[in-house]
Design a protein around this ligand. Structure first.
Ligand SMILES: *Cc1c(COP(=O)(O)O)cnc(C)c1O
Length: 357
């Protein structure tokens, strides 16, 4: 039976990425060697790294003065690397979920952290709107898409201080005005590549302003100076990321993805709002994520949760269990998820409603 992959991360990738990476595992660029056994200094892999950085810049329309890095360590290492490199005295953070909280915790070890607003009082089911960003902060940190709770900041906000964003789960899902950000980072395993590579987009001029000594590997400047080749980069995930970037370009780029993402999310939210058995955990339409769509059983139907899970699984739905802190269900609708998978989930929800009315 056809499987519909709704995992939150690692998550669905384009077949184009999977096929080309599988081929390169057997024979990389006609070398007769596997991508797993070639030097990262070989001319064939250097070409992959260069092209991936260039396509990243082209697709996101990254202005002059920014670098694109491919590092190890996951977004979680960035929680510490950001304050290590940018925090002198004080930084501001918006607390919109578990990932924001982890970022805040790491930063607190390095300076004064002002949490300008938090949606924790309502289990992070909305994006706080009324807050002031302190002008004396070294930077302001946001998580644009809250993978666990299904909320998203779908616009580029104005900040009087350098804006830093964790875009792990919505990079390449919508057009972004990069010039409004000083630094964007994310684990690539949500919308771009297999696990193992972390992307960083950084405006070069924000560095060099802190007094602390920064360990070599945690210093962005190290990686900028060496084009992400200071140490061995995650070779295979970078190769796979390049395939996804090519696929994005061939399929109309970010604008086209965004249209399809809005269409897919619209279909699913409409069904959740219509269906008598379910309700969306995020009520405010402007806060609803295009990438992670969370829903639970409506009051009075809690007892059907396991039954729906089993039924959906039998229909080929994979990875729709909600995060343990929210419960219910979460359908992740990343770029590579086809419209037909969303339609299959909707049919499953309708059929289940029919037989349980
Ligand atoms: C998954 C995720 C992370 C953690 O990424 P790792 O690469 O596992 O460290 C951080 N932030 C967000 C928004 C995420 O979705």
């Amino acid at each position: 039976m056809k499987k519909h992959n709704f995992y939150a991360g690692p998550s669905i990738l384009p077949q184009y990425t999977i096929k080309n990476t599988a081929e390169a595992v057997l024979d990389f660029a006609g070398t007769g060697l596997s991508i797993m056994e070639v030097s990262h200094r070989s001319k064939e892999f250097v070409a992959v790294m260069d092209e991936a950085q260039q396509l990243f810049k082209d697709l996101l329309k990254i202005p002059e003065g920014y670098s694109v890095l491919f590092l190890g360590g996951g977004a979680s290492t960035q929680f510490a690397m950001v304050p290590f490199n940018l925090l002198n005295k004080k930084a501001a953070y918006l607390n919109t979920g578990a990932w924001s909280k982890k970022a805040i915790k790491e930063a607190q070890a390095m300076g004064e952290i002002e949490v300008v607003a938090s949606s924790e009082n309502k289990l992070f089911n909305y994006i706080p709107k009324d807050y002031a960003i302190p002008e004396d902060a070294d930077y302001f940190h946001i998580t644009t898409n809250n993978t666990i709770y299904g909320t998203e900041i779908k616009y580029d906000l104005d900040s009087p201080v350098p804006l830093v964003a964790d875009m792990s789960s919505d990079i390449f899902s919508r057009p972004v005005d990069i010039s409004k950000y000083a630094l964007i980072y994310g684990g690539a395993q949500k919308n771009l590549a297999p696990a193992g590579v972390t992307f960083v987009i950084i405006r070069d001029d924000i560095l060099g302003k802190v007094e602390r000594k920064i360990p070599t590997m945690l210093n962005y400047q190290t990686h900028i100076d060496k084009g992400s080749m200071f140490n061995t980069p995650p070779v295979l995930p970078v190769f796979a990321a390049l395939q996804t970037l090519k696929w994005l370009k061939q399929n109309g780029g970010i604008e086209a993805m965004h249209k399809t993402n809005e269409y897919k999310a619209g279909l699913l939210y409409d069904e959740i709002d219509r269906n008598s058995l379910f309700r969306a955990t995020v009520v405010e339409p402007s806060d609803r994520s295009l990438m992670n769509i969370c829903f639970v059983m409506k009051e009075g139907y809690d007892g059907l949760e396991n039954a729906f899970y089993d039924y959906a699984t039998a229909q080929g739905m994979v990875g729709i269990k909600g995060h343990r802190s929210v419960g219910g269900f979460r359908a992740s609708t990343y770029n590579a998820l086809p419209v037909e998978s969303v339609e299959a989930l909707i049919k499953t929800m309708r059929d289940f409603e029919e037989s349980n009315k």
